[in-house]
Design a protein around this ligand. Structure first.
Ligand code: KG4
Ligand code: ZN
Length: 342
């Protein structure tokens, strides 16, 4: 079975073809960073319009790169939610119409399930149950995965998501958008021990997160430096490095806790923040206690079509399809509401 995946939940148009036999055959991502950078964040209406503009050419490009024809596609998987309403509508309408025109089944996919299963593209032999750390612009969650669609939420953020904390902190340091990669790049030249920021909620039991206080701590420190005329480039790099270290330490402490509490022997990480190099390196430390650690290549950590095609394949190959042509998108959609695949 070959599945065409379509991702349009936010500011990336992602298209991919994933084959049950041959794996990932081709994929393309068009990023809208340039469209939104000027505004310091994603402008929903501009996102929808850009998806309209790029979907069709990207599908053509991806199909051509795979060496297939559109008629060789067996099914279409598209992101149903969570995400921006207009952006989701564009991908869903396009995906369902394409499937209908080819007389193939379509299936709506949960964006976070796409992230959650993405590590399995490269590490299919992962032992279940495993713990998944999902860290993106909209989510920070720890989930126990017993099987596809069998997800137990272990912890979530009480305020900002990890990616949101990176983005907001970058904004207040005037580093631009999106903040994660900007902070990470600046942190490479910084001293992570210069400022001691909190590791929020690590002194309390449980696996929940809270990141909004960290950003306030950075702001307070930055204001103090401005007052004394010390907020130079080095100080900014030290702030970025100290902030990044605090987020990474917090995430890793909670991962260790989740693994210990559930008895899981494997841990995966996914979502945009999992592209962070320090986080990737630090999480590997769990391997010394015999825990299998897996995460996707950086290009499959941020939004992409491959993860949607792959999650689609996992479900479509078990007979799940959209029952009707009717369009349902779910801008808000808890992972726990997904059906199990047996
Ligand atoms: O998964 P994603 O592409 O989109 C959402 O579904 O949210 O994640 C985007 C988030 C943004 O907040 C971005 O700043 C963050 O991932 N991000 C990073 C890095 N690359 C992207 N955060 C930290 N370090 C990075 N290298
Ligand atoms: Zn995402």
């Amino acid at each position: 079975m070959r599945v065409l995946g379509i991702e349009t939940s936010c500011d990336e148009t992602g298209i991919a073809i994933y084959s049950q036999r041959d794996g990932l055959m081709a994929h393309r991502v068009h990023s809208q960073i340039d469209v939104h950078a000027h505004y310091g964040g994603v402008v929903p209406e501009l996102a929808s319009r850009d998806h309209v503009r790029y979907l069709r050419p990207l599908v053509d490009e991806t199909v051509a790169a795979s060496g297939l024809d559109l008629v060789d596609i067996d099914a279409v998987a598209y992101t149903t939610g969570p995400g921006l309403l207009g952006a989701l509508l564009v991908g869903a309408t396009f995906g369902k119409a394409l499937a209908f025109s080819l007389d193939r089944p379509a299936l709506g996919i949960h964006h976070m399930e796409g992230h959650l299963l993405a590590p399995l593209m490269e590490t299919p032999d992962l032992q279940t149950p495993f713990v998944a750390l999902l860290v993106s612009g909209g989510h920070s969650q720890l989930i126990l995965v017993r099987g596809i669609g069998d997800y137990q939420l272990l912890g979530t953020t009480l305020d900002d998501a990890a990616g949101e904390a990176f983005d907001k902190t970058a904004k207040l340091l005037e580093l631009g958008y999106p903040g994660g990669p900007k902070i990470a790049a600046l942190a490479d030249h910084g001293d992570a021990t210069r400022f001691r920021f909190a590791r929020p909620m690590t002194d309390r039991p449980g696996c929940d997160f809270s990141f909004s206080g960290l950003k306030t701590q950075v702001l307070t420190e930055a204001r103090r430096l401005v007052k004394t005329n010390q907020l130079d480039e080095q100080a900014k790099a030290d702030l970025a490095a100290s902030f990044q270290q605090a987020v990474v330490d917090t995430l890793v402490i909670k991962c260790e806790r989740a693994v210990a509490e559930t008895g899981a022997r494997a841990l995966v990480m996914s979502g945009g923040v999992s592209a962070n190099r320090l986080l990737r390196q630090t999480l590997r430390s769990l391997e010394t206690s015999g825990i299998q650690v897996a995460y996707p290549a950086p290009e499959f950590c941020t939004d992409n079509g491959a993860m949607i095609a792959f999650a689609g394949l996992m479900r479509l190959s078990h007979g799940q399809i959209d029952p009707t042509l009717a369009m349902t998108i779910r801008p808000r959609w808890p992972l726990s509401e997904l059906p199990k695949v047996s």
